[in-house]
Design a protein around this ligand. Structure first.
Ligand SMILES: CC(C)(COP(=O)(O)OP(=O)(O)OC[C@H]1O[C@@H](n2cnc3c(N)ncnc32)[C@H](O)[C@@H]1OP(=O)(O)O)[C@@H](O)C(=O)NCCC(=O)NCCS
Length: 186
């Protein structure tokens, strides 16, 4: 015997109708609202970071610890869900891209310490100009990435990367050199 629940159905239909109506009525305001949000987000990061260059974009849901130690150049893109532990200092050069879900850490612990969480080791991370960090990469403390380098998606970078070099894997190793880019600066 089917259970009749006319009120439940009516309630559900009203909810759907309500959400659809709101969605249609709010359509003309969505684009300006998005623009306004990005203006506020930029102002927030400009205030928080050591530096944020012209035309650089930090997408929503980016987490940056110690932003006062993180400098971002001009025309940089930092995609969603990037997580930066900036305590030891991070510098990101002009025209670089940090792919979504990447992690940049300048923090580690002393493996010889009796209690790891009572030791903190900080080493800066330097990212050159026109560097492309593929999605889901991890950059470990103390590394420098040369101008024009590419870090393949999902790589773990534990050593310095030379300019105009493509590295992939964990630990990241050289896939090939980009001859055409020279020093890789636009
Ligand atoms: C690194 C990258 C730029 C190389 O591109 P490509 O020159 O077209 O390289 P190919 O696809 O020809 O691959 C060459 C070899 O490297 C391997 N490879 C490519 N990218 C790899 C990666 N991220 N990790 C491990 N191996 C990789 C391929 O499997 C292939 O191996 P094979 O020769 O044994 O078959 C690209 O693979 C990449 O990772 N792009 C990042 C994409 C991304 O993150 N997009 C989000 C927007 S930021």
């Amino acid at each position: 015997m089917p259970i009749l629940d006319p009120f439940g159905r009516f309630f559900e239909a009203s909810l759907v109708f309500g959400f659809r109506t709101i969605s249609i009525l709010s359509r003309p305001f969505r684009r300006p609202a998005r623009g306004l949000r990005s203006v506020f987000r930029r102002a927030y990061w400009k205030y928080k970071l050591k530096g944020l260059g012209d035309r650089s974009r930090i997408y929503p849901r980016v987490v940056i610890h110690s932003p006062e130690n993180v400098g971002v150049g001009d025309h940089v893109e930092i995609a969603e869900f990037v997580h930066i532990w900036g305590n030891g200092g991070v510098d990101i050069g002009d025209f670089s891209i940090i792919g979504a879900h990447s992690i940049i850490t300048t923090l580690t612990h002393d493996k010889d310490s009796p209690v790891y969480n009572q030791s903190l080791v900080m080493k800066s991370v330097r990212i050159g100009r026109n560097v492309w960090i593929g999605t889901g990469s991890i950059l470990l403390p103390g590394i420098t990435i040369g101008d024009g380098a590419i870090i393949g998606a999902g790589s773990i970078v534990s050593r310095d990367v030379k300019p105009a070099t493509v590295v992939v894997g964990f630990p990241a190793s050289v896939l090939f050199k980009l001859e055409k880019k020279g020093e890789g600066t636009p």
